[in-house]
Design a protein around this ligand. Structure first.
Ligand SMILES: NC(=O)c1ccc[n+]([C@@H]2O[C@H](COP(=O)([O-])OP(=O)(O)OC[C@H]3O[C@@H](n4cnc5c(N)ncnc54)[C@H](OP(=O)(O)O)[C@@H]3O)[C@@H](O)[C@H]2O)c1
Length: 288
């Protein structure tokens, strides 16, 4: 199958492009190679390559989306719609990634959000991502919207991606303990997305590892998996609170996800977040 990946230098895009290249013909386009907000360029690329499947992994991140609303509209809404429009023209399918930030995250400890829950984003990233989902679906019926949450894997400088290495090297980390969500190991995300694609059932999916945690709980588990004692791990972790972070964009507080469509399709439950983190810690070449 010929597959086109946009945003191919990012966390999800780079892992997808690498993993799929073994089995498929992959055209991996970084931001430099294709700006998805350029409608004519998107049309030209898709018409020339005629992929069977497009993965849109390009995104403007959370705080940038708050500070630059025009750019957020372009990258998170208009670009995805141009890609979906072009996919539709060549008869391709499109996988578009979205986020748990579609939801307001209240009240705490409520049941996990499903696609039946009404999106109610609390920041401009969430608002544009929800609008992007709708734009993709309107332009291409053959679309899979994959909402995921707190994705981690090698190659990105983010808390979830690096906390294991930091603790292993004895470096102190700051971990937030008052927001909760599902976490997602990028390898598990890709496996599940390909399993979903194989079913041919278009729709909105929630793809995350089972369970819910805070960054602090994630760090504690990473320490345990590294063989550190609780006392050693506690000494390396400074607990912080989201409410004290004074970030540009507010974050929803409680956003675990559950995938009703995967359940309806009979796909097995994804492994628990602790098992996924164990696989990451084991697989990952340590940078120490
Ligand atoms: N990572 C998570 O925790 C998480 C959680 C929930 C949902 N998601 C979703 O998963 C998807 C992928 O996220 P990610 O974590 O892989 O993001 P990422 O690591 O920030 O990568 C995004 C990529 O998009 C590129 N990009 C930005 N603007 C672009 C444009 N106009 N045209 C083409 N490329 C552009 C960026 O390039 P530059 O850096 O050069 O601009 C970057 O390489 C997104 O839809 C996101 O909403 C991610």
């Amino acid at each position: 199958m010929k597959i086109l990946v946009t945003g191919a230098a990012g966390l999800v895009g780079s892992h997808l492009a690498r993993r799929l290249a073994g089995e498929h013909e992959v055209v991996a386009l970084t931001h430099d190679q294709l700006d998805i907000t350029d409608r004519a360029a998107v049309g030209r690329y898709v018409l020339r390559e005629k992929p069977a499947l497009i993965f849109n992994c390009a995104v403007l991140q959370v705080d940038d989306s708050e500070q630059q609303p025009t750019k957020a509209q372009a990258v998170n809404v208009d670009g995805p719609s141009f890609l979906a429009e072009a996919a539709n023209q060549v008869g391709a399918e499109i996988v578009h990634f979205s986020t748990q930030y579609a939801f307001a995250g209240e009240p705490l400890h409520r049941p996990p959000f499903t696609f039946e829950d009404e999106p109610r984003p609390v920041n401009n990233y969430g608002r544009t991502k929800v609008a992007g989902e709708a734009a993709v679906r309107a332009a291409c019926a053959r679309s899979y919207i994959i909402r995921t949450s707190w994705v981690y894997g090698s190659g990105k400088n983010s808390f979830l991606c690096t906390v294991h290495d930091d603790l292993n090297a004895g470096r102190k980390v700051r971990a937030i303990d008052d927001i909760w969500s599902s976490t997602t190991y990028v390898d598990d995300l890709i496996d599940r997305v390909m399993a979903i694609h194989a079913t041919g059932r278009h729709g909105i999916y929630h793809v995350v590892n089972q369970g819910v945690c805070t960054y602090h709980e994630f760090a504690l588990e990473a320490g345990r998996l590294l063989g550190l004692t609780r006392v050693q791990t506690d000494a390396l972790i400074e607990i912080t609170h989201e409410r004290d972070m004074k970030r540009v964009a507010p974050r929803p507080r409680y956003t675990p996800l559950r995938c009703l469509l995967s359940e309806q399709l009979g796909l097995p439950a994804m492994r628990d977040w602790r098992a996924a983190l164990a696989a990451f810690v084991k697989d990952r070449p340590s940078s120490v």
